[in-house]
Design a protein around this ligand. Structure first.
Ligand code: ADP
Ligand code: MG
Length: 297
């Protein structure tokens, strides 16, 4: 007996490194008209590196800014957190104990260190509209770093900025090819949805051939963007890797998780999981579905 086309397609997807959870998902993938990619860990490798450290408060040296940030980030599963902890350890730093850790997906983290509340996160979350000199200084430093294409992480103590870390993540070598194949198989250019700042997002997008770039999005704004695309009549597949992407994956017609080493995603939020570290598997599996659908009909 021959295998039903959708089951054969699931087996075939498996050979290409994609775990498709059901025949319904396998069929739905082929109807995709728009793909939304997350940035960090999806179009990039998810192994960022701390390139620069700036202090904006004379009471804190650059080494101290890094040490405090790392002490808070030890408990975070975010790729940026791992980079900050690696940088501090490489610097030979002993990390102080942090207590009362709290993570705010898409924004940052905070914890108590020696009686002070230390936080590290996105400039949008850490720098209010405050007009204090130190905030203005931190904003200037941040803007300069972001315009250079860095991801900026602002570190605060008791709500006051003490420093800014500048990180970069290499793009996946196959990202541009994956975007090109995705465009061909879906008939539309993919969109980039990211919580990172717009200049860093735009820089990466240009390098991989993406034109529709939406940066600075909180997790629920990623959901709103997906809902908007669907209300325009698109069948949307969202590809992401982080815990902050789980709501957007759930809001999509199909949610695809990058299941590679650096992934922080709860995999049950996804309809399909890319288990091989290769983004071109995404357009491949959409193409497999389309072929199977043609056989079914
Ligand atoms: P992306 O959409 O690119 O995967 P996220 O939504 O996870 O990014 O994060 C958005 C922004 O929030 C990051 O660029 C960073 O500035 C900040 N952020 C989130 N989590 C952390 C963390 N653990 N430490 C520092 N900054 C964080
Ligand atoms: Mg991510």
């Amino acid at each position: 007996a021959t295998m039903p086309p959708l089951l054969a397609a699931i087996a075939n997807a498996g050979r290409h490194g994609v775990l498709v959870k059901s025949a319904v998902v396998m069929e739905r993938l082929g109807a995709t008209t728009r793909v939304a990619f997350d940035k960090t860990g999806t179009l990039t490798r998810g192994m960022p590196h701390v390139d620069e450290i700036r202090s904006v408060d004379l009471d804190f040296s650059e080494a101290e800014v890094l040490r405090l940030a790392a002490a808070v980030e030890v408990d975070s599963e975010h790729p940026l957190a791992a980079a900050i902890v690696r940088a501090a350890r490489a610097d030979g730093q002993q990390l102080p104990t942090a207590e009362g850790f709290v993570a705010e997906p898409g924004s940052g983290v905070s914890a108590w260190i020696g009686g002070c509340r230390i936080a590290a996160g996105s400039p949008a979350a850490m720098l209010g509209a405050g007009n204090e000199a130190v905030e203005r200084c931190a904003r200037t430093v941040t803007n300069t770093l972001q315009e250079k294409g860095f991801t900026a992480v602002v570190v605060t103590s008791e709500g006051r900025p003490i420093g800014v870390l500048a990180l970069t993540d290499q793009r996946r070598p196959e990202a541009a090819v994956a975007v090109e194949h995705t465009t061909r198989v879906t008939g539309s250019t993919p969109v980039l949805l990211t919580g990172d700042n717009q200049p860093a997002a735009a820089r990466l997008a240009a390098a991989v051939g993406l034109h529709d770039v939406r940066g600075g999005l909180l997790p629920d704004q990623k959901v709103a963007a997906v809902t908007e695309l669907r209300s325009e009549g698109h069948r949307v597949a969202v590809v992401g890797d982080g815990i902050n992407d789980a709501p957007a994956l759930a809001a999509a017609d199909t949610g695809i998780a990058m299941g590679g080493a650096g992934s922080g995603l709860t995999l049950h939020a996804a309809d399909a999981i890319v288990v091989r570290d290769d983004l071109t598997a995404v357009p491949t599996v959409i193409a497999l579905s389309r072929r199977a659908r043609r056989v079914v009909v």
